[in-house]
Design a protein around this ligand. Sequence first.
Ligand code: SF4
Length: 231
Amino acid sequence: MGDDLAELDAAISGCRACPRLVAWREEVAATRRAAFRDQVYWGRPVPGFGAADASIGVLGLAPAAHGGNRTGRIFTGDRSGDVLFAAMYRAGLANQPDSVSRDDGLALTATRVFAAVRCAPPDNKPTPAERDTCAPWLHRELHLIRPTLRVVVALGAFAWAAFWPAIRAVYGLPPPVPRPTFRHGAEWRAPAGVPSLLGCYHVSQQNTFTGRLTPAMLDDVFARAKALAGL
Ligand code: SF4
């Protein structure tokens, strides 16, 4: 599955394990949105992005059809990414607030961003089977950054739920029973050697346009994440 992050990223990019998602990501890439008609879409699984020695992980749901599925970099090229990377820039975790393409110069400090499902799903809704099929990619990524990872920020309830199987798969520990409930600002303090988990509303337009998730709320989450990571 990849002995280092570069190998893992390459392996993920070639995955075709979920027939429905393969068909969808490629159809979106072929038809395109009018505003991006002159662009060549990525149209493949989207690997994680960021520092190999990350102490903070940011876990999303899945790439957006015309965002990551277009640009080939997670949270890049849509409004969700604009909000997320601007917040990371304010927190000192990104070198620039903008994220428009794979070659835009964006670099993250001590942070890696990845998704629970690596292909864009219709309506942003992967099936449980697709979630489970994709989980080993996340688990492998977490394993590779395990030496430095101290906290994971889960963007939304889907990402929050995807974290628990990783505790057993990556760290060999049973997940807590009952599972802590997702809410914005929720915090699960992990046993030694396991990253803590922070809950944050997803940076989707539904949340940011309505004011359910504000820049100040994101600033608080990243300040807490940095504190838990010892940054
Ligand atoms: S969702 Fe994950 S497992 Fe399914 S095809 Fe995409 S990368 Fe492969």
